[in-house]
Ligand binder design. Structure first.
Ligand code: 3UK
Length: 510
């Protein structure tokens, strides 16, 4: 039912009304910001955006590191019914050109360190009227947060959003085609805080959460903003690149009670500790992972060292958060756990009937945190959002106890370190090398059981270790670290269908 509801108001106002305005909401660079301080920043940011002409339903792109300014801009925009679009800070100029044009951002809030990647685009973005710069002194033609915050919050016009209004957008990539904006509504945005937040993390107002995955991801936004604020807890924000030693220092210094990371991140922390990095996890009572499958040996190594289970769960940006998860004390290593009450999951055969126990099929989930649709992508929306159900694109089986086991993707996409890798992007780079005639990139497990890209290459020169090494370094020049192939395997030819399509599934089986 459509009723009046505003996400930003729902996350902050109850704490002030209950007299908890003095409680900590954020820890950032050694400082504490209280709920009252955050609420004031949010109200002033909203009022400032209004003064710039940002109106209800206008998109406000955010290109910011994890910091209080991110929270102020995100909730400030949401509060006035504008629609924040959280963008990764790690992209290239041509990717921002597409995203800012696709969402028709009316305003952009950008950190000074990322601004140089955006500046060349301004003339080609007619909808972009205001650029607000966080961080260092801004160049001409832009505004600062201080300019925004000049506006007294009392002037903030109340915008009455409903549960069915758009709250925020997040981009997700696909195998082919451009990234798709996933549209979240006010009414679905905080539902997962009452499901995973209560039943798996078991959040209370006394918790201090630390999410290594950043606020611009759906996992991080829920972990570091929506969940803690829904429960009156506090979040530790780390603006820097999360090098394992820095993460361990932050844990020792800030003493979080709940740690959120991706499996590759937990493996990185263990590797750093085994190489001698000091670690004090005595404050941590719960470790949560998502983004890619957590291998059982990694679960066991972590438990042996710290006595803590890593509770892995599967979620997606489309579903709003984790829907199937291991529960405290009941974790089964190597599985994604059981359905979280409030969600329903089915494993489907190709003909749409339900798979039997143990049979692998396509995972489809429904639940209250699911997003509404993809912006301006009608065909993709029809494929993924099927009535109340979300088609995940993941292959799963379920056992008699209701534990779900991941078997990879139904499309060719590869999940590495909790990030999407399209085989096509990696293949395009390798194909630029003069000695690569054909290639196909697929997922393969490394020694830790984590997924990494592997490239099968048909070369004009035939197999050679020298060429393999050359191709690895060639790829590393134009691909981010997580996208680089870890192995090069030579084949006389690639397996193809009669119509000439590469059969990547045959290579995955090798
Ligand atoms: C894969 C997993 C195996 C799976 C996310 C927690 O990752 C998140 O969202 P994305 O939209 O990607 C979704 C896809 O990632 N995946 C995620 N978790 C697992 N595969 N085991 C897992 N535990 O392919 C899924 O379809 O980036 C994670 C919370 C919110 C999120 N958005």
């Amino acid at each position: 039912m459509t009723e009046l509801f505003n996400l930003a108001a729902a996350l902050l106002e109850p704490h002030l009304a209950a007299g908890h305005g003095g409680r900590p909401a954020l820890r950032y660079e050694g400082d504490t910001l209280t709920y009252a301080e955050i609420a004031d920043l949010v109200a002033r940011t909203g009022a400032g955006l209004n003064k710039l002409g940002v109106d209800v339903e206008d998109r406000v792109a955010l290109l910011l590191p994890d910091a209080p300014q991110f929270i102020a801009a995100f909730l400030g925009a949401t509060r006035i019914g504008a629609v924040p679009v959280t963008l990764s800070t790690l992209l290239a100029t041509d990717e921002y050109a597409y995203l800012l044009d696709d969402c028709r951002a009316r305003a952009l809030v950008v950190h000074a360190s990322v601004l140089p990647k955006i500046e060349p685009l301004r003339p080609s973005l007619p909808h972009l009227k205001s650029v607000i710069v966080g961080g260092a002194a801004p160049p001409r033609g832009t505004l600062t947060f201080a300019d925004l915050w000049d506006t007294p919050a009392a002037r903030l016009p109340a915008v009455e959003t409903t549960t069915d209004d758009m709250a925020f957008w997040q981009y997700s990539s696909g195998t082919t085609g451009r990234p798709k904006a996933i549209v979240h509504l006010h009414g679905n945005a905080s539902q997962a805080a009452q499901l995973h937040g209560r039943l798996v993390a078991e959040l209370t107002a006394d918790d201090r959460v630390f999410s290594v995955p950043k606020l611009f991801f759906s996992f991080g936004l829920n972990n570091s903003c929506i969940f803690p604020f829904a429960h009156g807890a506090s979040a530790i924000l780390l603006p820097d690149r999360p090098d394992p030693r820095l993460v361990l220092d932050t844990i020792a210094r800030e003493r979080p009670t709940i740690l959120y990371h991706v499996p590759t991140g937990y493996a990185g922390l263990l590797a750093a500790i085994e190489a001698g990095a000091p670690a004090d996890l005595s404050s941590v009572r719960r470790c949560i992972s998502a983004g890619e499958a957590l291998p059982a040996p990694l679960f066991e190594r972590w438990k042996a060292r710290f006595g803590l289970e890593i509770l892995d769960g599967i979620g997606s940006t489309e579903l709003g958060y984790i829907c199937i998860s291991n529960r405290p004390g009941q974790a089964r290593p190597g599985t994604s756990g059981q359905i979280i009450p409030g969600y329903e999951a089915v494993v489907l055969r190709a003909d749409g009937t339900h798979a039997a126990v143990g049979e692998v099929g396509d995972l489809q989930v429904r639940g209250p945190s699911a997003a509404a649709f993809y912006w301006r992508k009608r065909e993709a929306t029809k494929h993924t959002f099927r009535g109340e159900w979300v088609f995940t694109g993941d292959r799963y089986s379920v056992d008699t106890d209701g534990y779900f086991t991941y078997h990879g993707r139904s499309d060719d996409m590869i999940r590495v370190s909790g990030l999407w890798v399209s085989p096509l992007d990696v293949e395009a780079v390798l194909l630029r090398h003069a000695k690569v005639r054909e290639c196909a990139v697929v997922a393969r497990l490394d020694d830790d059981g984590l997924v990494r890209p592997c490239a099968y290459v048909v070369s004009s020169d035939g197999p050679s270790d020298v060429l393999a090494a050359e191709l690895l370094s060639f790829a590393s020049r134009s691909l981010s670290a997580y996208k680089r192939p870890r192995w090069i395997e030579f084949l006389p030819e690639l397996p193809r269908t009669s119509t000439g399509k590469i059969q990547r599934f045959k290579l995955r089986g090798r």
